[in-house]
Design a protein. Structure first.
Lengths: 406, 149
Protein backbone atom coordinates (compact mmCIF):
# COMPACT_ATOMS: atom_id res chain seq x y z
CA UNK A 1 0.00 0.00 0.00
CA UNK A 2 1.49 3.35 -1.05
CA UNK A 3 0.45 5.82 1.60
CA UNK A 4 1.71 8.85 -0.30
CA UNK A 5 -0.45 8.01 -3.30
CA UNK A 6 -3.42 7.55 -1.00
CA UNK A 7 -2.73 10.82 0.82
CA UNK A 8 -2.67 12.65 -2.51
CA UNK A 9 -6.35 11.74 -2.90
CA UNK A 10 -7.35 13.47 0.36
CA UNK A 11 -7.24 17.25 -0.24
CA UNK A 12 -8.02 18.12 3.39
CA UNK A 13 -4.82 16.51 4.66
CA UNK A 14 -2.66 19.01 2.79
CA UNK A 15 -3.03 22.02 5.02
CA UNK A 16 -1.41 23.65 8.02
CA UNK A 17 -3.27 23.85 11.31
CA UNK A 18 -1.96 26.32 13.87
CA UNK A 19 1.20 26.69 11.80
CA UNK A 20 1.93 22.94 11.50
CA UNK A 21 1.07 20.35 8.84
CA UNK A 22 -2.19 18.70 9.92
CA UNK A 23 -1.97 15.28 11.57
CA UNK A 24 -5.49 13.87 11.58
CA UNK A 25 -5.77 11.22 14.29
CA UNK A 26 -9.55 11.36 14.79
CA UNK A 27 -10.82 9.01 12.09
CA UNK A 28 -12.71 6.89 14.61
CA UNK A 29 -14.96 9.95 15.07
CA UNK A 30 -15.20 10.61 11.35
CA UNK A 31 -12.83 9.86 8.50
CA UNK A 32 -11.65 12.26 5.82
CA UNK A 33 -13.01 11.98 2.27
CA UNK A 34 -11.02 11.11 -0.85
CA UNK A 35 -11.48 12.78 -4.23
CA UNK A 36 -13.44 9.86 -5.78
CA UNK A 37 -16.13 10.33 -3.08
CA UNK A 38 -16.17 14.13 -3.29
CA UNK A 39 -16.38 13.90 -7.08
CA UNK A 40 -19.18 11.32 -7.03
CA UNK A 41 -21.28 13.65 -4.87
CA UNK A 42 -20.40 16.61 -7.07
CA UNK A 43 -21.28 14.70 -10.25
CA UNK A 44 -24.62 13.58 -8.83
CA UNK A 45 -25.66 17.13 -7.96
CA UNK A 46 -24.27 18.66 -11.16
CA UNK A 47 -25.38 16.06 -13.67
CA UNK A 48 -28.26 13.83 -12.60
CA UNK A 49 -29.86 14.99 -9.33
CA UNK A 50 -33.39 13.56 -9.35
CA UNK A 51 -35.71 11.65 -7.12
CA UNK A 52 -35.57 7.87 -7.34
CA UNK A 53 -38.13 5.13 -8.00
CA UNK A 54 -40.67 7.47 -9.57
CA UNK A 55 -41.30 9.28 -12.80
CA UNK A 56 -40.14 8.16 -16.18
CA UNK A 57 -37.62 10.82 -17.07
CA UNK A 58 -34.00 10.10 -17.92
CA UNK A 59 -32.37 11.76 -14.93
CA UNK A 60 -34.70 9.88 -12.59
CA UNK A 61 -33.61 6.60 -14.13
CA UNK A 62 -29.94 7.55 -13.79
CA UNK A 63 -30.40 8.50 -10.14
CA UNK A 64 -32.31 5.28 -9.41
CA UNK A 65 -29.62 3.20 -11.09
CA UNK A 66 -26.89 4.92 -9.07
CA UNK A 67 -28.83 4.60 -5.79
CA UNK A 68 -29.61 0.92 -6.30
CA UNK A 69 -26.10 0.41 -7.68
CA UNK A 70 -24.77 1.65 -4.33
CA UNK A 71 -26.95 -0.95 -2.61
CA UNK A 72 -25.35 -3.67 -4.72
CA UNK A 73 -21.91 -2.33 -3.73
CA UNK A 74 -22.87 -2.49 -0.06
CA UNK A 75 -24.14 -6.05 -0.56
CA UNK A 76 -20.84 -7.04 -2.16
CA UNK A 77 -18.90 -5.22 0.58
CA UNK A 78 -20.58 -7.35 3.27
CA UNK A 79 -21.00 -10.49 1.14
CA UNK A 80 -24.73 -10.49 1.91
CA UNK A 81 -26.87 -13.00 0.02
CA UNK A 82 -29.13 -10.44 -1.62
CA UNK A 83 -29.73 -6.71 -2.03
CA UNK A 84 -32.98 -7.14 -0.14
CA UNK A 85 -30.88 -7.56 2.98
CA UNK A 86 -29.31 -4.08 2.62
CA UNK A 87 -31.29 -1.17 4.08
CA UNK A 88 -29.98 2.37 3.85
CA UNK A 89 -30.28 4.32 7.10
CA UNK A 90 -29.01 7.63 8.43
CA UNK A 91 -26.13 5.84 10.14
CA UNK A 92 -25.29 3.16 12.70
CA UNK A 93 -27.43 4.78 15.39
CA UNK A 94 -30.61 4.80 13.34
CA UNK A 95 -29.89 1.26 12.07
CA UNK A 96 -29.57 -0.09 15.62
CA UNK A 97 -32.67 1.84 16.68
CA UNK A 98 -34.58 0.28 13.79
CA UNK A 99 -33.70 -3.22 15.02
CA UNK A 100 -34.55 -2.38 18.64
CA UNK A 101 -37.84 -0.69 17.74
CA UNK A 102 -39.08 -3.15 15.12
CA UNK A 103 -37.58 -6.57 15.84
CA UNK A 104 -37.16 -5.84 19.54
CA UNK A 105 -40.69 -4.66 20.25
CA UNK A 106 -42.12 -7.66 18.39
CA UNK A 107 -39.95 -10.35 19.98
CA UNK A 108 -38.93 -9.22 23.47
CA UNK A 109 -41.35 -9.65 26.35
CA UNK A 110 -41.40 -9.28 30.11
CA UNK A 111 -39.01 -11.75 31.71
CA UNK A 112 -36.83 -11.99 28.60
CA UNK A 113 -33.22 -10.85 28.65
CA UNK A 114 -31.10 -8.65 26.40
CA UNK A 115 -27.31 -8.93 26.57
CA UNK A 116 -24.74 -6.24 25.73
CA UNK A 117 -21.20 -5.56 26.99
CA UNK A 118 -19.47 -2.88 29.06
CA UNK A 119 -17.64 -1.62 25.99
CA UNK A 120 -20.68 -0.55 23.98
CA UNK A 121 -20.93 2.91 22.44
CA UNK A 122 -24.08 4.70 23.64
CA UNK A 123 -25.67 3.98 20.24
CA UNK A 124 -25.57 0.23 20.96
CA UNK A 125 -26.56 0.68 24.60
CA UNK A 126 -29.42 3.14 24.96
CA UNK A 127 -31.72 1.53 22.32
CA UNK A 128 -31.51 -1.73 24.33
CA UNK A 129 -31.86 0.06 27.66
CA UNK A 130 -35.04 1.66 26.33
CA UNK A 131 -36.31 -1.62 24.88
CA UNK A 132 -35.77 -3.32 28.26
CA UNK A 133 -37.67 -0.53 30.02
CA UNK A 134 -40.55 -0.62 27.55
CA UNK A 135 -40.96 -4.40 27.57
CA UNK A 136 -40.04 -5.28 31.14
CA UNK A 137 -37.08 -7.32 29.91
CA UNK A 138 -33.78 -7.42 31.81
CA UNK A 139 -30.63 -5.84 30.38
CA UNK A 140 -27.45 -7.78 31.22
CA UNK A 141 -23.79 -7.00 30.61
CA UNK A 142 -21.03 -9.39 29.59
CA UNK A 143 -18.10 -8.45 31.87
CA UNK A 144 -14.67 -7.52 30.53
CA UNK A 145 -11.28 -9.00 31.27
CA UNK A 146 -8.58 -6.83 32.83
CA UNK A 147 -7.16 -6.00 29.37
CA UNK A 148 -10.55 -5.05 27.93
CA UNK A 149 -11.27 -8.25 26.03
CA UNK A 150 -14.18 -10.66 26.33
CA UNK A 151 -13.82 -14.22 27.61
CA UNK A 152 -16.11 -16.64 25.77
CA UNK A 153 -16.77 -18.40 29.09
CA UNK A 154 -18.43 -15.18 30.27
CA UNK A 155 -20.50 -15.12 27.10
CA UNK A 156 -21.58 -18.73 27.77
CA UNK A 157 -22.50 -17.78 31.33
CA UNK A 158 -24.38 -14.58 30.47
CA UNK A 159 -26.33 -15.74 27.45
CA UNK A 160 -28.96 -17.94 29.10
CA UNK A 161 -31.95 -19.41 27.21
CA UNK A 162 -33.98 -16.38 28.43
CA UNK A 163 -31.87 -14.12 26.21
CA UNK A 164 -33.56 -12.92 23.02
CA UNK A 165 -30.99 -10.46 21.72
CA UNK A 166 -27.20 -10.20 22.02
CA UNK A 167 -25.94 -6.81 20.82
CA UNK A 168 -22.21 -6.21 20.62
CA UNK A 169 -19.58 -4.00 19.02
CA UNK A 170 -17.33 -5.71 16.48
CA UNK A 171 -14.55 -3.30 17.48
CA UNK A 172 -14.56 -1.10 20.59
CA UNK A 173 -14.27 2.62 19.80
CA UNK A 174 -12.31 3.14 23.02
CA UNK A 175 -10.27 -0.01 23.67
CA UNK A 176 -9.76 -1.09 20.08
CA UNK A 177 -10.70 -4.63 21.16
CA UNK A 178 -11.73 -6.85 18.24
CA UNK A 179 -14.51 -9.11 19.49
CA UNK A 180 -14.87 -12.75 18.34
CA UNK A 181 -18.23 -12.23 16.65
CA UNK A 182 -18.46 -15.64 14.98
CA UNK A 183 -18.02 -17.49 18.28
CA UNK A 184 -20.43 -15.19 20.11
CA UNK A 185 -22.97 -15.64 17.30
CA UNK A 186 -22.68 -19.41 17.66
CA UNK A 187 -23.35 -19.23 21.41
CA UNK A 188 -26.27 -16.82 20.88
CA UNK A 189 -27.84 -19.08 18.27
CA UNK A 190 -27.41 -22.19 20.44
CA UNK A 191 -29.47 -20.44 23.14
CA UNK A 192 -32.10 -19.27 20.69
CA UNK A 193 -31.05 -15.60 20.63
CA UNK A 194 -30.20 -13.39 17.68
CA UNK A 195 -27.01 -11.33 17.45
CA UNK A 196 -26.83 -7.67 16.45
CA UNK A 197 -23.39 -6.35 15.51
CA UNK A 198 -22.33 -2.70 15.73
CA UNK A 199 -19.73 -2.57 12.96
CA UNK A 200 -19.21 1.22 13.02
CA UNK A 201 -15.55 0.77 14.01
CA UNK A 202 -14.84 -2.37 11.99
CA UNK A 203 -16.44 -1.91 8.57
CA UNK A 204 -14.05 0.94 7.63
CA UNK A 205 -10.99 -1.04 8.60
CA UNK A 206 -11.32 -4.77 7.87
CA UNK A 207 -13.01 -7.23 5.56
CA UNK A 208 -16.47 -8.21 6.82
CA UNK A 209 -18.39 -11.27 5.63
CA UNK A 210 -21.84 -11.40 7.21
CA UNK A 211 -22.38 -14.99 6.07
CA UNK A 212 -19.15 -16.11 7.65
CA UNK A 213 -19.86 -14.20 10.88
CA UNK A 214 -23.41 -15.58 10.80
CA UNK A 215 -24.74 -12.41 12.42
CA UNK A 216 -28.46 -11.65 12.20
CA UNK A 217 -28.10 -7.87 11.95
CA UNK A 218 -25.08 -5.66 11.35
CA UNK A 219 -24.89 -1.88 11.19
CA UNK A 220 -22.29 0.62 10.01
CA UNK A 221 -21.92 4.28 9.05
CA UNK A 222 -20.63 5.74 5.80
CA UNK A 223 -18.86 8.75 7.27
CA UNK A 224 -16.31 6.68 9.20
CA UNK A 225 -15.26 4.86 6.01
CA UNK A 226 -14.47 7.74 3.64
CA UNK A 227 -18.14 8.30 2.75
CA UNK A 228 -20.42 11.24 3.48
CA UNK A 229 -22.30 11.83 6.75
CA UNK A 230 -25.98 10.92 6.96
CA UNK A 231 -25.76 7.50 5.33
CA UNK A 232 -25.37 4.08 6.89
CA UNK A 233 -26.37 0.50 6.30
CA UNK A 234 -28.41 -2.00 8.21
CA UNK A 235 -27.79 -5.56 7.07
CA UNK A 236 -30.37 -8.08 8.24
CA UNK A 237 -31.06 -11.70 7.41
CA UNK A 238 -33.89 -11.73 4.92
CA UNK A 239 -36.11 -14.11 6.88
CA UNK A 240 -35.96 -11.74 9.88
CA UNK A 241 -36.44 -8.52 7.90
CA UNK A 242 -39.43 -10.02 6.12
CA UNK A 243 -41.30 -10.54 9.39
CA UNK A 244 -40.50 -7.06 10.66
CA UNK A 245 -42.79 -4.03 10.54
CA UNK A 246 -41.49 -0.67 9.33
CA UNK A 247 -40.97 2.03 11.96
CA UNK A 248 -41.32 4.97 9.60
CA UNK A 249 -44.36 5.41 7.40
CA UNK A 250 -44.99 7.65 4.42
CA UNK A 251 -44.09 7.89 0.78
CA UNK A 252 -41.71 5.55 -0.99
CA UNK A 253 -42.30 2.60 1.37
CA UNK A 254 -45.92 1.79 0.46
CA UNK A 255 -47.51 -0.60 -2.00
CA UNK A 256 -51.26 0.18 -1.95
CA UNK A 257 -52.76 2.98 0.11
CA UNK A 258 -56.47 3.00 0.87
CA UNK A 259 -58.46 5.20 3.20
CA UNK A 260 -58.11 3.04 6.28
CA UNK A 261 -55.36 0.60 5.44
CA UNK A 262 -52.12 0.30 3.46
CA UNK A 263 -49.65 -2.34 2.44
CA UNK A 264 -45.89 -2.09 2.31
CA UNK A 265 -43.42 -2.42 -0.48
CA UNK A 266 -41.20 -5.46 -0.46
CA UNK A 267 -37.70 -5.53 1.02
CA UNK A 268 -35.65 -3.45 1.35
CA UNK A 269 -37.84 -0.45 0.48
CA UNK A 270 -40.44 -0.99 3.19
CA UNK A 271 -37.85 0.32 5.66
CA UNK A 272 -36.93 3.38 3.59
CA UNK A 273 -39.85 5.77 4.04
CA UNK A 274 -39.60 9.20 2.42
CA UNK A 275 -37.18 10.37 -0.24
CA UNK A 276 -34.13 8.26 0.48
CA UNK A 277 -30.57 9.44 1.14
CA UNK A 278 -29.71 9.41 -2.56
CA UNK A 279 -26.50 11.46 -2.61
CA UNK A 280 -25.34 9.79 0.60
CA UNK A 281 -25.79 6.31 -0.83
CA UNK A 282 -23.99 7.25 -4.05
CA UNK A 283 -21.14 8.72 -2.00
CA UNK A 284 -21.01 5.57 0.12
CA UNK A 285 -20.87 3.46 -3.05
CA UNK A 286 -17.87 5.48 -4.22
CA UNK A 287 -16.23 5.04 -0.81
CA UNK A 288 -16.73 1.26 -0.96
CA UNK A 289 -15.17 1.15 -4.45
CA UNK A 290 -12.25 3.21 -3.16
CA UNK A 291 -11.64 1.02 -0.08
CA UNK A 292 -11.91 -2.18 -2.12
CA UNK A 293 -9.48 -0.82 -4.66
CA UNK A 294 -6.91 -0.15 -1.93
CA UNK A 295 -7.85 -3.48 -0.34
CA UNK A 296 -9.42 -3.98 3.08
CA UNK A 297 -6.71 -6.47 4.06
CA UNK A 298 -3.97 -4.00 3.14
CA UNK A 299 -5.75 -1.28 5.15
CA UNK A 300 -6.07 -3.58 8.19
CA UNK A 301 -2.37 -4.52 7.97
CA UNK A 302 -1.31 -0.87 7.66
CA UNK A 303 -3.38 0.18 10.68
CA UNK A 304 -2.15 -2.77 12.71
CA UNK A 305 1.42 -1.67 12.05
CA UNK A 306 0.61 1.92 13.05
CA UNK A 307 -1.16 0.87 16.26
CA UNK A 308 1.65 -1.47 17.29
CA UNK A 309 4.22 1.24 16.55
CA UNK A 310 2.25 3.78 18.61
CA UNK A 311 1.95 1.32 21.52
CA UNK A 312 5.69 0.66 21.40
CA UNK A 313 6.59 4.34 21.40
CA UNK A 314 4.05 5.20 24.10
CA UNK A 315 5.37 2.43 26.36
CA UNK A 316 8.60 4.45 26.56
CA UNK A 317 6.79 7.54 27.83
CA UNK A 318 6.69 7.77 31.59
CA UNK A 319 3.36 8.65 33.17
CA UNK A 320 1.30 7.61 30.16
CA UNK A 321 -1.42 4.98 30.66
CA UNK A 322 -2.77 3.15 27.61
CA UNK A 323 -6.12 1.33 27.83
CA UNK A 324 -7.09 -1.87 26.03
CA UNK A 325 -5.41 -5.04 24.77
CA UNK A 326 -2.16 -5.32 22.79
CA UNK A 327 -3.84 -6.93 19.79
CA UNK A 328 -6.21 -4.23 18.66
CA UNK A 329 -7.66 -2.18 15.85
CA UNK A 330 -5.99 1.07 14.78
CA UNK A 331 -6.57 3.29 17.76
CA UNK A 332 -4.92 4.11 21.08
CA UNK A 333 -6.80 5.51 24.06
CA UNK A 334 -4.68 6.92 26.86
CA UNK A 335 -4.17 9.36 29.70
CA UNK A 336 -1.18 11.36 30.91
CA UNK A 337 -0.76 11.45 34.70
CA UNK A 338 -1.86 14.77 36.11
CA UNK A 339 -2.98 16.24 32.80
CA UNK A 340 -6.65 16.23 31.88
CA UNK A 341 -7.34 14.80 28.38
CA UNK A 342 -8.86 18.13 27.25
CA UNK A 343 -5.63 19.84 28.11
CA UNK A 344 -3.67 17.14 26.26
CA UNK A 345 -5.89 17.65 23.21
CA UNK A 346 -5.42 21.43 23.33
CA UNK A 347 -1.62 21.13 23.49
CA UNK A 348 -1.67 18.66 20.57
CA UNK A 349 -4.02 20.91 18.59
CA UNK A 350 -1.52 23.74 18.98
CA UNK A 351 0.95 21.37 17.24
CA UNK A 352 -1.53 20.69 14.41
CA UNK A 353 -2.48 17.24 15.73
CA UNK A 354 -6.20 16.42 15.97
CA UNK A 355 -7.16 13.82 18.58
CA UNK A 356 -10.35 13.15 20.53
CA UNK A 357 -10.76 13.83 24.25
CA UNK A 358 -13.73 13.03 26.43
CA UNK A 359 -15.84 10.01 27.28
CA UNK A 360 -16.20 8.84 23.63
CA UNK A 361 -19.93 8.17 24.04
CA UNK A 362 -19.11 5.25 26.32
CA UNK A 363 -19.86 6.42 29.87
CA UNK A 364 -20.30 2.93 31.39
CA UNK A 365 -16.90 1.94 29.97
CA UNK A 366 -15.31 5.08 31.46
CA UNK A 367 -16.69 3.97 34.86
CA UNK A 368 -15.28 0.50 34.29
CA UNK A 369 -11.87 2.04 33.50
CA UNK A 370 -12.35 4.25 36.58
CA UNK A 371 -11.65 7.45 34.66
CA UNK A 372 -13.88 10.41 33.83
CA UNK A 373 -12.38 10.96 30.41
CA UNK A 374 -9.58 9.79 28.15
CA UNK A 375 -7.69 10.98 25.07
CA UNK A 376 -7.77 8.91 21.87
CA UNK A 377 -5.64 8.85 18.75
CA UNK A 378 -7.21 6.84 15.92
CA UNK A 379 -5.55 5.92 12.65
CA UNK A 380 -6.67 5.24 9.10
CA UNK A 381 -5.22 4.30 5.74
CA UNK A 382 -3.80 7.79 5.18
CA UNK A 383 -1.76 8.00 8.41
CA UNK A 384 1.97 7.37 8.68
CA UNK A 385 4.64 6.42 11.21
CA UNK A 386 6.16 9.87 10.79
CA UNK A 387 2.87 11.32 12.04
CA UNK A 388 3.05 9.03 15.06
CA UNK A 389 6.57 10.34 15.72
CA UNK A 390 5.17 13.89 15.74
CA UNK A 391 2.37 12.75 18.02
CA UNK A 392 4.86 11.22 20.48
CA UNK A 393 6.97 14.39 20.42
CA UNK A 394 3.82 16.45 21.12
CA UNK A 395 2.88 14.18 24.04
CA UNK A 396 6.32 14.80 25.47
CA UNK A 397 5.76 18.53 25.02
CA UNK A 398 2.41 18.29 26.79
CA UNK A 399 4.04 16.51 29.72
CA UNK A 400 6.82 19.08 29.90
CA UNK A 401 4.48 22.01 29.50
CA UNK A 402 2.25 20.93 32.33
CA UNK A 403 5.12 20.07 34.65
CA UNK A 404 6.45 23.57 33.87
CA UNK A 405 3.20 25.42 34.53
CA UNK A 406 2.72 23.46 37.72
CA UNK B 1 9.45 25.77 27.31
CA UNK B 2 9.72 29.42 26.26
CA UNK B 3 7.48 31.91 28.00
CA UNK B 4 5.90 33.09 24.75
CA UNK B 5 4.49 29.70 23.83
CA UNK B 6 1.10 30.21 22.10
CA UNK B 7 -0.55 28.18 24.85
CA UNK B 8 0.58 30.58 27.54
CA UNK B 9 -2.32 32.91 26.82
CA UNK B 10 -4.62 29.99 27.67
CA UNK B 11 -2.78 28.37 30.55
CA UNK B 12 -1.93 31.46 32.59
CA UNK B 13 -0.06 30.97 35.86
CA UNK B 14 -3.04 32.06 37.94
CA UNK B 15 -5.25 29.50 36.19
CA UNK B 16 -2.85 26.68 36.92
CA UNK B 17 -2.62 27.87 40.51
CA UNK B 18 -6.40 27.61 40.94
CA UNK B 19 -6.34 24.19 39.24
CA UNK B 20 -3.62 22.94 41.58
CA UNK B 21 -4.95 24.64 44.71
CA UNK B 22 -8.69 24.98 44.25
CA UNK B 23 -10.40 27.47 46.59
CA UNK B 24 -13.66 26.57 48.34
CA UNK B 25 -13.45 22.92 47.43
CA UNK B 26 -15.98 20.64 49.14
CA UNK B 27 -19.66 20.29 49.85
CA UNK B 28 -21.64 22.53 52.24
CA UNK B 29 -24.14 20.71 54.42
CA UNK B 30 -27.64 21.99 55.05
CA UNK B 31 -27.60 24.61 52.32
CA UNK B 32 -30.48 26.03 50.34
CA UNK B 33 -28.77 25.88 46.95
CA UNK B 34 -27.51 22.57 45.61
CA UNK B 35 -26.78 22.21 41.90
CA UNK B 36 -25.33 19.30 39.92
CA UNK B 37 -24.34 20.07 36.39
CA UNK B 38 -22.33 18.26 33.76
CA UNK B 39 -21.09 18.80 30.28
CA UNK B 40 -22.40 15.66 28.57
CA UNK B 41 -20.16 16.04 25.55
CA UNK B 42 -16.94 15.78 27.53
CA UNK B 43 -17.75 14.37 30.96
CA UNK B 44 -16.84 17.40 33.09
CA UNK B 45 -19.08 17.79 36.11
CA UNK B 46 -19.60 20.19 39.00
CA UNK B 47 -21.49 19.98 42.27
CA UNK B 48 -22.11 23.48 43.60
CA UNK B 49 -23.52 24.17 47.07
CA UNK B 50 -24.31 27.67 48.35
CA UNK B 51 -25.78 29.22 51.46
CA UNK B 52 -27.87 32.18 50.34
CA UNK B 53 -28.96 34.39 53.26
CA UNK B 54 -30.70 37.77 53.07
CA UNK B 55 -30.03 38.03 49.37
CA UNK B 56 -26.33 37.36 49.82
CA UNK B 57 -24.08 34.39 49.02
CA UNK B 58 -22.95 33.75 52.59
CA UNK B 59 -20.96 30.65 51.73
CA UNK B 60 -20.16 28.53 48.69
CA UNK B 61 -18.26 25.35 47.90
CA UNK B 62 -17.76 23.22 44.79
CA UNK B 63 -16.79 19.67 43.98
CA UNK B 64 -16.17 18.29 40.54
CA UNK B 65 -14.08 16.64 37.92
CA UNK B 66 -12.72 18.17 34.79
CA UNK B 67 -9.90 19.84 32.96
CA UNK B 68 -7.70 22.69 34.18
CA UNK B 69 -9.95 25.31 32.59
CA UNK B 70 -13.25 24.05 34.02
CA UNK B 71 -11.91 23.45 37.52
CA UNK B 72 -9.93 26.70 37.78
CA UNK B 73 -12.93 28.61 36.50
CA UNK B 74 -15.07 27.01 39.23
CA UNK B 75 -12.51 27.86 41.88
CA UNK B 76 -12.28 31.50 40.71
CA UNK B 77 -16.04 31.78 40.50
CA UNK B 78 -16.55 30.69 44.12
CA UNK B 79 -13.82 33.06 45.26
CA UNK B 80 -15.39 35.96 43.38
CA UNK B 81 -19.00 35.53 44.53
CA UNK B 82 -18.50 34.67 48.19
CA UNK B 83 -20.08 37.45 50.23
CA UNK B 84 -21.58 39.14 47.18
CA UNK B 85 -25.29 39.87 46.82
CA UNK B 86 -27.23 37.60 44.49
CA UNK B 87 -27.57 40.49 42.05
CA UNK B 88 -23.84 41.18 42.07
CA UNK B 89 -23.08 37.51 41.53
CA UNK B 90 -25.45 37.29 38.58
CA UNK B 91 -24.02 40.48 37.12
CA UNK B 92 -20.56 38.94 37.36
CA UNK B 93 -21.85 35.84 35.59
CA UNK B 94 -23.16 38.06 32.82
CA UNK B 95 -19.86 39.91 32.46
CA UNK B 96 -17.99 36.59 32.48
CA UNK B 97 -20.22 35.23 29.73
CA UNK B 98 -19.48 38.27 27.53
CA UNK B 99 -15.76 38.11 28.24
CA UNK B 100 -15.41 34.39 27.52
CA UNK B 101 -17.19 34.71 24.20
CA UNK B 102 -14.82 37.46 23.17
CA UNK B 103 -17.50 40.17 23.28
CA UNK B 104 -17.03 43.65 24.68
CA UNK B 105 -17.70 43.47 28.42
CA UNK B 106 -18.43 45.80 31.30
CA UNK B 107 -14.99 46.63 32.72
CA UNK B 108 -16.24 48.82 35.57
CA UNK B 109 -16.18 45.75 37.84
CA UNK B 110 -12.84 44.47 39.10
CA UNK B 111 -12.69 40.85 37.93
CA UNK B 112 -9.55 39.92 39.84
CA UNK B 113 -8.24 36.45 38.98
CA UNK B 114 -11.14 35.81 36.60
CA UNK B 115 -9.62 38.11 34.05
CA UNK B 116 -6.94 35.46 33.45
CA UNK B 117 -9.58 33.34 31.73
CA UNK B 118 -9.98 35.93 28.99
CA UNK B 119 -7.53 33.99 26.81
CA UNK B 120 -9.99 31.09 26.65
CA UNK B 121 -12.08 33.11 24.19
CA UNK B 122 -9.35 32.46 21.61
CA UNK B 123 -9.81 28.69 22.02
CA UNK B 124 -13.42 28.12 20.95
CA UNK B 125 -13.28 24.40 21.77
CA UNK B 126 -12.57 25.24 25.41
CA UNK B 127 -15.21 27.93 26.07
CA UNK B 128 -17.69 25.34 27.32
CA UNK B 129 -15.13 24.15 29.86
CA UNK B 130 -14.91 27.64 31.34
CA UNK B 131 -18.65 28.31 31.48
CA UNK B 132 -19.77 25.13 33.28
CA UNK B 133 -19.37 26.50 36.83
CA UNK B 134 -21.00 29.81 35.91
CA UNK B 135 -24.00 28.06 34.40
CA UNK B 136 -24.35 26.11 37.64
CA UNK B 137 -24.19 29.42 39.52
CA UNK B 138 -26.92 30.98 37.39
CA UNK B 139 -29.11 27.91 37.78
CA UNK B 140 -28.58 27.87 41.54
CA UNK B 141 -29.34 31.54 42.07
CA UNK B 142 -32.37 31.54 39.81
CA UNK B 143 -35.34 32.36 42.01
CA UNK B 144 -33.20 33.90 44.76
CA UNK B 145 -32.89 37.31 43.06
CA UNK B 146 -35.40 39.13 45.24
CA UNK B 147 -34.82 37.51 48.58
CA UNK B 148 -33.98 39.45 51.72
CA UNK B 149 -35.45 42.73 50.54
Amino acid sequence: MKVNEIRALFPILHQNVNGHPLVYFDSAATSQKPLPVIEALDRYYREYNSNVHRGVHTLGTKATDAYEGAREKARRFLNARSMQEIIFTRGTTSALNLVASSYGRAHVNEGDEIVITYMEHHSNLIPWQQLAKQTGATLKYIPLQEDGTIDLNDVEATVTPAVKIVAIAHVSNVLGTINPIREIARIAHERGAIIVVDAAQSAPHMKIDVQELDCDFLAFSGHKMCGPTGIGVLYGKRELLEQMEPIEFGGEMIDFVELYDSTWKELPWKFEGGTPIIAGAIGLGAAIDFLEQVGLDAIAAHEHELAQYALERMADLEGVTVYGPKERAGLVTFNIDGVHPHDVATVLDAEGIAIRAGHHCAQPLMKWLDVTATARASFYLYNTKEEIDRFIAALQKAKEYFSHVF
Amino acid sequence: MSSNHPLDQLYRQVIMDHYKNPRNRGVLEGTNVDVNMNNPTCGDRIHLTMKVEDGRVADVKFEGEGCSISMSSASMMTQAIKGKTVEEALRLAHIFSDMIQGKAYDDSVDLGDIEALQGVSKFPARIKCATLAWKALEKGLHGHEHEGR
